[in-house]
Write a protein that binds this ligand. Structure first.
Ligand code: 81H
Length: 519
């Protein structure tokens, strides 16, 4: 009490009020921090991007446009530099060498789960992906891989076709129940996420799970989505409605998968090759431990969420680029006719394998718009960066940005031009290592084209993505011709959510092909 009084007396005698004192203190902190950065540079650590606000660091410039941030700093510092973001020191390693350094770092040196668990575990649930030891994740990827086989894909193409048609017919974004409509306007940011979740749930999780999306699941997954944001990276349990709804939805969705599991066991309905059945049959780890029903349920959520954001973003970008290029749409339509026949019978998995232009369209879309711009690992021990004098200290993060070489003219001629045909020649030049190796650490991270990452955390969804996107895009090409809104160009990217999305308006105007003959 005496101390307080003394303090108040002192304040009363000062020529400035308490507000001004705080302001002066803050300015001093900012200036001292700036001075420290200029005067003390450790030659053994990578150069640090200058920042004014302590702790906050370069969060704003990085977050607004990470590619511009990477490019600006590469000009200043070269391929390796560190920036501060919300209290973390993040060391960026650019280029194919940087990709290899980050993505093929030894598991004993770095960890992905340390960074990602904050945002993924509350959404997916416990015991899977980044909420378990890494050797468990490696085996979960292997289990999931058994549902992503050629034989499974052959059954998926007709299922995806049926779902897409059903969606077009019903959705107000397309026919809205009136199949005589011959033209319309579609907001892809509404349509593509819906199409993606219906097709993924129908194929990977089966009929009864898909049916739940017509009822409670759509809203619940929406709540999960709104709790899956960059904000939750930093504040996983920030007390806002989105967080509470996320937690409620996670329990409900997970419980519902467990009910589905029990029902399938009771009915002995374990013959479909979907992910749920594969895990029920094969979900036993090497040490004899069996995945619990809860873990199987949570892995369903994780895999669906992973495929959902990435695939929905990619089909949206592809449809926008096609909307800007009539000649390309035309060539894709001719490819459909040539490969499938002029009567365009039901699409098959084999058809998709024979459509190079379609697959190059997906490949080119992922080149310009890889869904994830930053792949991060936590550094557990001091790490020497090969070919440089720098040591990354323990406790930093390291960051790979595979999208940077993908738009670098050193590797891709006219990198900002969307041109699927570039892959016709490029295939002979750049080795496109697409073999999946989820259980072993592979080299092959030194490629300038890594939209699915590399190393032990490499994506297992690549082939599924090509089947899902190939089917959806083929159906669009067959059924519609479309353009962007009048005077509109392909939108700029928006980096503020978990995947790189087009900014609004991401809309197309379509007309139905052969609508006259059809009627
Ligand atoms: C977002 C990310 C980021 C987003 C990192 C990790 C994930 C993921 C800034 C994912 C997504 C990949 C995943 C699943 C499910 C699954 C396994 C993995 C960033 C940086 C990083 C924004 F600025 F872990 F969540 F830092 F979904 F089972 F915020 N998602 N994923 N889905 N398919 N492939 O890797 O930028």
């Amino acid at each position: 009490m005496i101390g307080m009084d003394a303090c108040k007396d002192m304040m009363a005698t000062l020529p400035v009020g308490p507000g001004a004192l705080v302001a002066i203190a803050l300015v001093a902190i900012v200036l001292l921090n700036a001075l420290r950065q200029v005067l003390f540079k450790n030659p053994h650590n990578p150069p640090v991007v200058f920042y004014w606000i302590p702790v906050f660091g370069s969060a704003a410039t990085y977050g607004m446009d990470p590619y511009k941030f990477f490019e600006d700093n590469r000009k200043k510092f070269g391929d390796v530099f560190t920036f501060v973001m919300l209290g973390r020191n993040i060391t960026v390693a650019l280029g194919p060498t940087g990709n290899d350094f980050v993505l093929n770092a030894k598991h004993s040196d770095v960890s992905a789960e340390e960074i990602y668990t904050n945002v993924t575990t509350p959404v997916f649930g416990r015991g899977v992906i980044y909420d378990c030891p890494n050797h468990r994740l490696m085996e979960q990827k292997k289990f999931a891989k058994s549902a992503l086989t050629t034989n499974a894909f052959k059954t998926y193409v007709p299922l995806i076709t049926k779902e897409v048609r059903k969606y077009w017919f019903k959705s107000p974004e397309f026919f809205g129940g009136d199949s005589n409509k011959i033209s319309g306007r579609t907001n892809l940011m509404i349509a593509q996420p819906e199409m993606t979740i219906f097709t993924a749930s129908r194929t990977l999780q089966g009929e009864e799970v898909r049916a739940k999306f017509d009822e409670s699941f759509a809203d619940l997954y929406h709540d999960l989505d709104r709790g899956f944001t960059p904000l939750h990276f930093v504040f996983p349990n920030i007390p806002i409605p989105a967080t509470f709804r996320r937690d409620k939805a996670q329990k409900k969705v997970s419980d519902t998968y467990m009910e589905v599991i029990n029902e399938r066991r009771r009915k002995g309905k374990l013959d479909n090759p979907d992910l749920l059945n594969v895990l029920l049959k094969e979900g036993v780890y090497k040490d004899g431990v069996r995945m619990t029903d809860r873990e199987i349920a949570n892995l369903q959520i994780g895999i669906l969420m992973g495929g959902q954001h990435t695939s929905a973003a990619t089909s949206t970008w592809a449809l926008l680029h096609l909307g800007a290029d009539a000649a390309l749409r035309d060539a894709l339509y001719r490819e459909q006719l040539e490969v499938c026949g002029s009567d365009l019978p039901e699409l098959t998995y084999e058809n998709l394998q024979n459509m190079p232009l379609l697959n190059n369209t997906i490949r080119e879309t992922l080149r310009m718009h890889p869904p994830l711009h930053s792949l991060m690992r936590y550094v557990r021990h001091d790490l020497q960066i090969p070919g440089s004098p720098f040591i990354v200290p323990k406790g930093n993060c390291i960051l790979a940005a595979p999208g940077v070489p993908m738009i670098d003219e050193h590797y891709f001629r006219e990198p900002l031009r969307y041109d699927p045909n570039r892959w016709v020649e490029a295939k002979n030049q750049i080795s496109l290592d697409t073999t999946d190796t989820s259980t072993t650490i592979t080299k092959g991270a030194k490629s300038p084209y890594l939209p699915f990452g590399a190393g032990r955390h490499r994506c297992i969804g690549e082939q599924f993505a090509y089947v899902q996107l190939g089917t959806i895009l083929s159906l669009f090409i067959r059924e519609f011709d479309w353009t962007l809104l009048p005077g509109q160009e392909v939108p700029k990217p928006d980096y503020s959510s978990m995947v790189t999305l087009p900014s609004a308006p991401a809309e197309i105007i379509w007309t139905r092909r052969q609508s006259k003959e059809k009627n």
